[in-house]
Each structure stands twice: as structure tokens, then as C-alpha cells.
Design a protein around this ligand. Sequence first.
Ligand code: G
Ligand code: G
Ligand code: MN
Ligand code: NA
Length: 255
Amino acid sequence: MRLTNDLRGALKGNQFKLYFQPIVHLATGRIHKAEALIRWEHPQRGLVSPLEFIPLAEASGLVVAIGEWVFHESARWVQHWRREVDPDFQVSINQSPLEFQREGASYANWLRTLQQLGLPGQSLVVEITEGLLLDASSTVTDKLLQLRDAGIQVALDDFGTGYSSLSYLKKFDIDYLKIDRSFTRNLAPESSDMALSDAIIVMAHKLDLKVIAEGVETAEQRDLLAAAGCDYGQGYLFARPLPAADFDTLLKTQA
Ligand code: G
Ligand code: G
Ligand code: MN
Ligand code: NA
């Protein structure tokens, strides 16, 4: 396929850009973390969404090299932000199920690179989707243990949209639940999405997990989530995903 061919040259051609979207601590309004989101600036087609090219990257095996690039860029930026802005700053990286389950890959390499940069594992969070936990294969368990050993935190992305494998929250060591934006979208007092969000937050806190609400677009949504005890928010209300240099400026203006 044409696009897959182009994808092969994209890394060498510096066509990938890493964007960052703030994750805001709701009680203080401060940016504590950022989610790294890859963008492909195709020379002819313009911006191509990861929704379109990650599946092609998976099918062609290129997802491995792309994932390594995302990791190295993220590590470089989190090093900068920890030095310049906040010693506890974290960058969150998405991994597709196929990337996460890949045999032979090891987070020990990541930890080595982090150590060379003078960074602890806690500089990073890996976002995986809840469906992975249903597959209780030894690979998944082993990967989660490797992350734990490295001190890298784990977030369950798109929580509530898939299998809602609640019992797995107890079984595996997860640090953050990301409430999917389909719940945030229709938040209103007394609404069923409010009830669900409330329940997710209470349950998460009892299990010692922090909660990040995605897709926060209005001040009302932010206030309802904060009142429900949600720890963090992410969404267009705070900022869209920004090119790294713009995110850097945003972060430094609040410092
Ligand atoms: O940023 P955007 O809304 O276009 O992201 C679309 C999807 O692409 C999201 O599901 C997001 O998790 C995924 N995505 C963004 N960046 C990465 C990445 O670096 N690696 C992987 N595997 N998925 C990503
Ligand atoms: O699947 P994942 O949760 O990783 O996807 C994250 C993507 O959601 C981001 O890349 C971004 O493009 C998108 N996003 C972030 N904030 C908002 C928001 O407030 N509203 C909507 N509709 N999409 C958002
Ligand atoms: Mn995500
Ligand atoms: Na999500």
C-alpha cells in the first residue's frame, strides 16, 4: 500500500512530530503531566492521524521503530521539563496492544536510557487499553511486572469503553484510570454519566488509583469532575495537543 511505503521513509525524513497535551491537577489547576501524541506530517497529504497510520505501522512492523522514537523524544523532553520546571513532571506514552505484547522487547532498555539521562522510571507513564488485561497471558503479566520493576507507571486508557474488567484492577498493578471522553461529554448533575463517573472515581480511590478524566471541554465538566474528587483532567478546555515547543512555552508561563 502506498501509505505504508511512505511510512517507511517517514522516520528518516523527520516527518513525525511529537505533540503534548497537558494533564491538569484539578484541585490546583496546575499542569502536572503531559500525554505524548504522535503526528505524521506527510509531505503531500498533510497531517495523517495516528488512527490511520498506527494500524499500518503495526501490520508492517514499523510500529517498533516508531514506538522507540516516541520513547526517546518523550525522554528528552521530560528530562528538560524536570530540570527547568517541575522535578516530578511526567510524560505519558501510548502503546498499542500489539506494541505492548511484543515478545522480546524489554523495558529494561528504556530504564537504561532513562538512567543515562539521569531520570527515574517515574518520569514516564505507559498508557495501555483495558482490553489487554483480559488477555491474562504471561506476556502481559510479564510486561506489567517489568514496568513495575523499572518504576514506570501504568495508566488504563479509554476506561469504561471496553470490557471494564474491574477484577483486573485488583490483580494488576495499575496507577491511573483514564475515564474515556464519551463519559465526560454528557456530564451534567444527576445524569447517568455523572453517576458512572462518580462510581469510577470512588472505586479507583479505594483501589489506590488516581483518576484522569479525558475530553474535558467545558468549565462545567471540569467543576463537576473536581467536585466528584477526580484527580486530573485533560481536554480542549485546558489545551489541545501542542507541538513540543508550544507546550514548553505554556508550561513555563505557569511556572
Ligand atoms: O491524538 P489523536 O486524537 O489523533 O490520537 C488518536 C489515537 O492515536 C489515540 O487513540 C491515541 O492513543 C493514539 N496515539 C497517539 N500517539 C500515539 C503513539 O505514539 N503510539 C500509539 N501506539 N498510539 C498513539
Ligand atoms: O485514545 P487516547 O485517549 O490516547 O486519545 C487521545 C486523543 O483524544 C488526543 O490525541 C486528542 O486528539 C483527543 N482529545 C484530547 N482532548 C480532547 C477533547 O477535549 N475533546 C475531544 N473530542 N478530543 C480530545
Ligand atoms: Mn491515551
Ligand atoms: Na483515551
